[in-house]
Design a protein around this ligand. Structure first.
Ligand code: F6P
Length: 324
């Protein structure tokens, strides 16, 4: 039986979301279903901001960052009134099932909406790679490569000036981008919430290495560890004062969310978008698409939200050993 499937992106945008929209839209159309694109996530659902997507509407987006459907974080969707308005609009548009692309907040919305009776399937899309049920989230690879490219550029200037760069990367409360780029750039360490650190020990290491002839340093700081009284700038000043090495802080910020998705992100987005449609077509409801042991799998939304995510502590300790 032909279905009408709504699709939306919610939360922070991530490179590869467009590739997932394209995959889900075309997979659904190829299987004889109709697709409605919802603009600005759940907020668009509440406001009835939606339109039919054809196979051509999703042309030329595979290689673009951001999301053609735009995205938002909707407070209203966390209220009963918001959920009911959204359901009413879905009924008017004939939407019988919803594919949502985003992070944990998006899934919590999907769980509430599914409890009202709308079948939902989630696709993990966030640069943070912090969704507990999945080894991979769309956008992570592109974001970490963007951060790495910036770090390589910073290395040129810190080397020329014999400085220490303190570089803050995104990741909300997770250090997955941080630990990978710290390892890939040879940083002295990575300050992240998952692993204890001691700034004085790091300063001591810098002094030892400076005395042994090393001239420039990078320290990665994950955004989860900073707050108003402990900013990357404070950290840079502290290091400068303790070690005598001139230090500068750089906050990479939203640049990490943009840009053309890497090949890896495009392929993952294609696989996940296609899989999400297969789930709905096969009568599956309220599932989250995920990666486990490099394979695409799916979980019940509620179970998925209660899982625990690992952190690569081994990589963290290896990068510490190698930064001598
Ligand atoms: O979840 C993606 C992310 O970029 C996080 O890394 C960051 O903490 C947050 O979104 C920033 O959100 P906003 O774009 O709303 O400032």
């Amino acid at each position: 039986m032909a279905m009408t499937i709504g699709i939306l992106t919610s939360g922070g945008d991530a490179p590869g979301m467009n590739a997932a929209i394209r995959a889900a839209t075309r997979a659904a159309i190829a299987k004889g279903h109709k697709v409605i694109g919802v603009r600005r996530g759940y907020q668009g659902l509440i406001e009835g901001d939606m339109y039919e997507l054809t196979a051509r509407d999703v042309s030329d987006i595979l290689h673009r960052g951001g999301t053609m459907l735009c995205t938002a974080r909707s407070k209203e969707f966390t209220t009963q009134a918001g959920l009911e308005k959204a359901m009413q609009n879905c009924k008017s548009a004939g939407i019988e099932a919803l594919i949502v692309i985003g992070g944990d907040g998006t899934y919590r919305g999907a769980l509430d909406f599914s409890r009202l009776g709308m079948p939902c399937v989630g696709i993990p899309g966030t640069i943070d790679n912090d969704i507990v049920c999945t080894e991979y989230t769309i956008g992570f690879d592109t974001a970490q490569n963007t951060a790495l490219e910036m770090l390589d550029k910073l290395k040129d200037t810190e080397m020329s000036h014999n400085r220490c760069s303190v570089v803050e990367v995104m990741g909300r409360n997770a250090g997955h981008i941080g630990v990978n780029v710290a390892a890939a750039t040879g940083a002295i360490d990575c300050l992240t919430v998952e692993v204890p650190y001691d700034l004085d020990d790091i300063c001591h290491k810098i002094i030892e290495q400076k005395n042994a002839g090393k001239t420039h340093f990078e320290l990665i700081v994950c955004e989860g560890v900073v707050h108003d009284d402990f900013t990357s700038d404070h950290i840079a000043k502290y290091i400068e004062q303790k070690t005598g090495v001139t230090s500068r802080a750089t906050v990479l910020g939203h640049v990490q969310r943009g840009g053309a998705p890497t090949c890896f992100d495009r392929v993952m987005a294609l696989k996940m978008g296609y899989y999400a449609v297969e789930l709905l077509v096969n009568g599956q409801r309220n599932r989250i698409v995920a990666v486990k042991n490099n394979k695409i799998v799916d979980y019940d939304i509620e179970d998925a939200l209660n899982m625990q995510k690992g952190y690569d502590e081994k990589l963290h300790s290896v990068l510490r050993v190698l930064s001598i």
